[in-house]
Design a protein around this ligand. Sequence first.
Ligand code: KDG
Ligand code: MG
Length: 402
Amino acid sequence: MKITNAYVHITSPGRNFVTLKVETDAGLYGLGDGTLNGRELAVASYLTDHLVPCLIGRDPFQSEDIWQYFYRGAYWRRGPVTMAAIGAIDVALWDIKGKALNTPVYNLLGGKSREGVMVYAHANGKDIDHALEDVAHHKELGYKAIRVQSGFPGLASTYGVPKGPGRYEPAERGLPPEYDWATEPYLRHVPRLFARVREQFGEELHLLHDCHHRLTPIEAARLGKELEPFHLFWLEDPTPAELQDGFRIIREHTTTPIAVGEVFNSVWDAHDLVRNQWIDYLRMTITHGGGITAIKKAADFAGMYHVRTGFHGPTDLSPVCMAAALHFDTAIHNFGIQEHMAHTDETDAVFPHQYFFKDGYMFPGDGPGLGVDLDEARAKKYPYQRAYLPVNRKLDGTLTDW
Ligand code: KDG
Ligand code: MG
């Protein structure tokens, strides 16, 4: 089989998605997600202008060699744009292989290690009472694991809490909005939030919280320690991870499990974190981590150090990435949990898919390949619109991590 063509489709059914479609002379095609929130066109150009011309004529079964060709062959290595582009190609090749062999992708990765993939939902509210109502709502929907974020006195808005009544969707159209940030009231607030959640919902529910890189290591250590009585499933992105050594400080002070990696694009971003056992869950996505070929190696490496996966699953990755993640989660041994932010109905209609949610678990479906498609006619109705993630400033105006 030979690759005959590959096209990038950019569609914006509420938010922007970059999808690569790879076609073959066997009449089969595969899809890959190359969406990088707020920087979508850079990946699209990287694919169209630099990678696709080198892809034509290759055998889609040679996914390992093709991965190495684009990674090592570029000389420059790594980086979110490069890795999202390589990830899009790699996932499309696994989709083609599954279709050619008439089997779901999870069978190419070791077969089913579990029937369903436990997912966590997002509950949030402008204050604790509203967040509790949203936890109750998600529990009612069947979720066994819920991430909880809430607004707090002293700040007009915070990460993870929508401004209006709609679902929380990071990235806003137009130029980047600017928000305020203050650490002290946040640190006082979060333990109060989780005390109330445990009081109302008991011990069974798995609870998670995302700090979104806003704390220093010692602040994160304090938070982790104060959250210990509430037995979190994980505390996410407690501090920026460029300095992997910072996580040693957190680990020395608290037994609250730590998850990190949604902005990583290489196993090297997690190398010290994993081999020193400073983290418990690795969140790198299939798209941003360079595809199934790369993430399989990262997950296997993590597994040797008792680190499990907890893939990022936001609405700013397309259903193609979600499908790939669910096949992967189904197959690998050291799966931990999968994030599930439901896409809008418009997005689901552009990307018809077999995967589904039931009683707190997701299932990839048993069709060949990834079991996800792109409705091109519908996709064309939603042209790209510039959108950015927000930026954050401390109350004195200093730019800080969002
Ligand atoms: O594009 C950024 C979002 O994907 C991110 O803010 C979402 O932190 C996030 C999460 O845990 O889903
Ligand atoms: Mg996060």
